[in-house]
Every structure is written in structure tokens, then in C-alpha cells.
Write a protein that binds this ligand. Sequence first.
Ligand code: CTP
Length: 444
Amino acid sequence: MKKVITYGSFDLFHEGHYNLLKRAKELGDYLIVGITTEYYDMQRGKLNVIDSLLDRIENVKNSGFADEIIIEDHDGQKLEDIIKYKIDIFTVGSDWLGTFDFLKEYCEVVYLERTKYISSSILRESRFPIIRLGMIGTGRIAKRFPDEIKYVSGINLNAVYNPRISSAKAYAKMFELDLATDDIGLFYQNVDAVNIASPHETHYDYIIKSLEHGKHVLCEKPMCLSKKEAEHVYELAKKNKLVLMEGIKTAYTPGFTQLIGVARSGIIGNIRDVEASFTKLIPGNCRELTDLKYGGSFTELASYTLLPIIKLMGCDYKNVHFESLKAENGLDIYTKAYFYYKSGLATSKTGLGIKSEGQLLISGTKGYILVKSPWWLTKGYEICFEDITKNEFVKTKFLGDGLRYEISDFVKLINGRSEIKEKLSEKESITIAEIINKSLQTLK
Ligand code: CTP
């Protein structure tokens, strides 16, 4: 029996896929089709897949050509599969010509001619018109955005708004945008969605304004500074049938998403403690160290440290209390927040001006998971046990500065992939706002 194998994402299943599978099947007697997981697609930088894995499997199955469907989830798997399934022929479309020649040592490699004028990318563009994104604010994060949005298809940054027109113009010139304006009405006429990267205390008003103008919103963290504000904006987004997403970039990265799944799987038993630390040394004249109302280490960094705490210990903490070291101007430069839960503890440590190890440590009844600094750019983690021979280090991919994952999930949400919401649920985001508000009342 001649065994053939082929691979792909098979997103928005189309004629090209059908033709390829048909000819692949004709090459032998038994066809195995490997379909990429979402996680693997994210890892290899393919951030635009629309259909879920289950839908993609269903579509390949319905073509009637696959005798067996397997999942492709890591680099190097093709060779492993060829050996494992005793494959005679490996085949893919001619767009990959030459790429898999190294497999010729193990089996025959056939590049089938690609069907012309059709691809998942073409379909994505026709089905989901390109989202025109406008930037509100032109600060540090806003400047990192253009380099990352380039990696996400289906969205373009084309306008910037700043009440200070000179800043808007400078930003538009730097990143070659079509429109720079201080006229918010004109701005809204030219965009479908906005990214809010203005100072923290202005987020709330901009979110409301944008939602009222029918625009989807991605807002930099901390999105809101109180539970009441956060509840209100989510309510308004729901009412206006728009996407509202808090941009805590860690929440959307493949490594962190995987880590949370693994921690929740029970591999380290019941989770009893989460300790998350994030500290930074920054010049003394920065806004974070001079803005007496909204500066300080907790407001600035706690969105990150609270994320794993809330995701793993839950939103229903019994109590939280803060211990801080303060600068002469009264701002907290180092804060420990202690959480008490019914069945565990958690600590958040944030610092601006005091440097500490930035690690994430998740402790359970059967072991612990350690994510070394910078855990918020999750590139790997270690699962540890009493019996150290069972310890395992898991490497995960993290591309660029990580913002591309957040932007790509924003696009997916706009295009109807509501399950993305689980990466940072409304309740979790509201709880983070509530805790930040408690800190503002306690520390200021
Ligand atoms: N394929 C093909 N003809 C097309 C499109 C795809 O023969 N017009 C083949 C690819 O060469 C590959 C398989 O179908 O062997 C699965 O490809 P996949 O990457 O899932 O599809 P694309 O439409 O190329 O996706 P994208 O536009 O996202 O790159």
C-alpha cells in the first residue's frame, strides 16, 4: 500500500485545497492529511487563520479524500510523521517548491501545481474587508504599534488623532499614515476601529466616544481605573454590538496561553499560590514617576502581574492588602499586593526604580511552574516536581515585541471569533480595574 502525506492550514476551505487533496490521494492508496493547530500557526507567524481547528478538520473530512487526519503542532513534525507512518510520498503545493527537498532522503517528495487565482488569503480579504485602524495618542506604545501591525493581515493603520496636531503630524510622517488630525469627528469618519494609547485617565472618555461613534476599540492597559467604569464600557460595547478589548499583550501570546492551559490541567495539582513580579528601572522624569495622580508602579505594571493571578486563582479573592515603598513625591515605587483566596494566596510585586527578579511562580499540591524573567514575554517555562528527574522545560515561541498577537486577536474578534474573549474575559478585565482602583485609594 502506497502511503501519501500532505499538510496545511486549510482555512476557509476552497477549490485549491480540494484540487490538491484530490491529486494527493491519486498519488497513492492511503492519504494522511496533517492540519495545523492554531497554536502552531501562531508560532510560525501565521496570525490570520479564521476557521477554528475543528471546522478545518470537518472541511477536510467532507472533501472525502483523507483516509486519516492528524494534527500538526510543532516544527520538525513532518519528518517524525514520515518515519512513524512509513510514508512513501510527501506532497504539497508548488508554492513550497524546494522547501521540503531535505525529506527526499526519507521518501519521495512531490510538488503539485497550485490552483491559480485562489488562496485562503484572497478569500479572507474578500470576505472580511480590511479594517481601517486609527490611533488615539502618540506615545511610547503607539510608536511600537506600526512595526507589529505589519505582521497581521486584514487590518491597516491609516489615521492618527491627537489633540496636539503637531504630535499627530509627526507620528503620521514617521509611519506614513494618510491622516493626522486633531478633529475627532473627521478621525472617526476615516476609521472602523481604534487603538487607544493615550494617558490612562483619558481611556474611559475615549472608549465611550469611540463606541458611540460605532468603532471597535482596542485599549492599552490599564483600560479602566475602576470597576464601575469597566462595567459601563463593556455594557456599552455589548449594546452597540462592538468589540472592546483590553490590550494586556501577555494575555494573547501563544506561550502565556499555553502556560495557563498547562497550569489549569492539574499537572501540578491544585494551585495554591501565584507570585508574579515585574520591575523596571526608568529615568526619574518619566510620567510614571511624576504623575502624582495616576503614576506609580502599581498602576503602571500591575495589569501584567494581576493577569496570571486572576486567571489562575480567579476573580473572587477574599481580601487584598498593599505594602509600598514610596518616593519623596509620595508615589509608590515598589508595591507588594497580597491576595487571600478561599483556597490559596497570591502576591503581585511591581517596581519602578527598584529592580528585582521578574519571575512568575505557580505553586501547586503536586509541583510548581517557574517562568523566568521576562515571564510576560513568555518564551518558555519549567514544570518542577519533588522528584527532579521528572522536571520538564517547555520552550514557546514569541515573535517580535508580542503586540502582533494582540492585534491579530482583535481582528479575529471583529470577524466574529468570540471564543478569543476567553484569553482575557470581561470579568477578569473588570476585576483588574477594581484592584487598580483599590490601590489608587490605598496608595495615593
Ligand atoms: N494549495 C493549492 N492551491 C491553492 C492554494 C493552496 O494547491 N490555490 C495547496 C497549498 O500549496 C498546500 C495546501 O493547499 O499544499 C494547503 O495550503 P494552505 O496554506 O492551507 O492554503 P492557502 O490558500 O495557500 O493559504 P494562505 O493563503 O493562508 O497561505
